[in-house]
Each structure stands twice: as C-alpha cells, then as structure tokens.
Design a protein around this ligand. Structure first.
Ligand code: DX5
Ligand code: ZN
Length: 219
C-alpha cells in the first residue's frame, strides 16, 4: 500500500497571506499543496491563476498539486506548468481531446491527473489509465470548499482501486471534497492514498495545521 499523503487546499487559507500559509503548511507536515483553479465558467466560482501560483512558488519546495477547474483547459496548461505546477489535474469535460491534453502535460514533464466529478463515470478514463499518474475522485461537486462529503462516491473509489490492482497499475488515487476526521479512514480503506483537505486542515482544532494533518493521516 502507498504511503498516505495529505494535500491541503489553500482555498481555505487566508488569501491575503498565502505565502505564509503555505510555509505553515510545510512546517505542519503537508506532503503537497493543493491549488484550486476555478474560472467562473466550468465551475460557479473564481479563484487564482498562473501569476499567483508563480509568486507562491518561492515559499516552498513542496509539490504544487494544481487542480484545474477551467474550460477549455488545453490552451492554458503550459501557463500552469511554467508557473510552477508539479501535478496538473484536468477534468475530461473541459477538453476536446483527453489524450492530447494528457500528452501535452507529459511533454511539459509534469505529472498528469484526471479528475472525475461525482457524475462522471470511471469508463471516461479507462483507456488512459496507463498514461496518467493520478485520478482525482471528487467527493463533492467542484466549485466551493466546505461542502458535505458524498458517501455514495466511496464505491467509485473502491472500483477504481480494484481496476488499478487488476491491471497492476501504479497511479495515485486522490480524493477531494468534504474530507474530515470521520471519513478519512473510509476513503483510505477504499483505496485513496492522497487526501485533499481545505476546511478540516485549516479550521479544526483552532487551525492547528500539524495536528489536523496528522489526524487525517492516522484516523
Ligand atoms: C472543491 C475543491 C476542493 C475544496 C476542498 O471544488 O476542488 O479542493 O477546496 O475543500 P474542503 O476540504 O473544504 O471540501
Ligand atoms: Zn480541488
């Protein structure tokens, strides 16, 4: 089994001091930094783009796990790669040709992730499993932090893990949305090895990042 990693989402951080927040996450034991990029079109919310990511790059050496919720995504991929993304995750609905976008990310020497919305079926990515580094399983409809975890998605995590084992593949299974101390164990047992968390990491235990990151890993 892969080591469990926590990818805190800076969507729940104080945006006026993002650099310091990222430093604190690193000190608190975060394994990577989850950056939610939203365009107000693919999802009904707007966040940050490449210039902000570029300016945050100097605050940590942790990998930037960039979740692109933008459409059309393909023409912007290079900008995120150059801004300092290490993992670039896209939604299949946001590109005309998934394989072209996957190859584009790989040619830029970045890890490639594909994200499945709650209503996106596994078969959408079945042909690309050999090519990708990560599947990001959404456990909420993307757009906002602080939403309620959808327990019905646990089966999807299990199904993906089963296919992964059957095909003897090595991609990461990351979960995103409403992850907390009571469901972290459930998603880990289902096969997830990277947990995204915004609200739980930043708000529980009076914002004790270290304790929250540790608790998510161990529960
Ligand atoms: C949702 C984002 C998530 C979100 C997670 O659209 O992709 O990464 O920020 O935040 P919490 O943990 O609060 O659900
Ligand atoms: Zn996300």
């Amino acid at each position: 089994m892969k080591k469990i990693q926590i990818s805190p989402s800076i969507l729940a951080a104080d945006f006026s001091i993002l650099g310091q927040e990222i430093k604190k996450l690193e000190q608190g034991g975060a394994d990577m930094i989850h950056v939610d990029v939203m365009d107000g079109h693919f999802v009904p919310n707007l966040t940050i783009g490449p210039p902000v990511i570029k300016s945050l790059r100097k605050y940590t050496n942790l990998p930037f796990d960039v979740h692109l919720m933008i459409s059309p995504v393909h023409k912007y991929i290079k900008d995120y790669a150059e801004a300092g993304a290490d993992i670039i995750t896209i939604h299949p609905e946001a590109t005309k040709n998934i394989l072209d976008s996957i190859n584009h990310i790989k040619n830029l020497k970045k890890k490639v992730g594909i994200s499945l919305n709650p209503n996106t079926e596994i078969k959408t990515v079945l042909n690309y499993l050999e090519q990708i580094d990560l599947i990001l399983v959404m456990t909420v409809y993307p757009g906002f932090g602080g939403q309620k975890f959808m327990p019905e998605i646990v089966k999807k995590i299990k199904d993906i893990n089963k296919i992964k084992k059957e095909k003897n593949l090595n991609f990461d299974i990351e979960v995103d949305g409403g992850i907390n101390f009571s469901n972290s164990k459930i998603v880990i047992e289902a096969g997830a090895n990277i947990l995204v968390s915004g609200t739980t990491v930043f708000k529980e235990n009076n914002g004790n990042l270290k304790k929250n990151i540790e608790t998510l890993k161990l529960t």
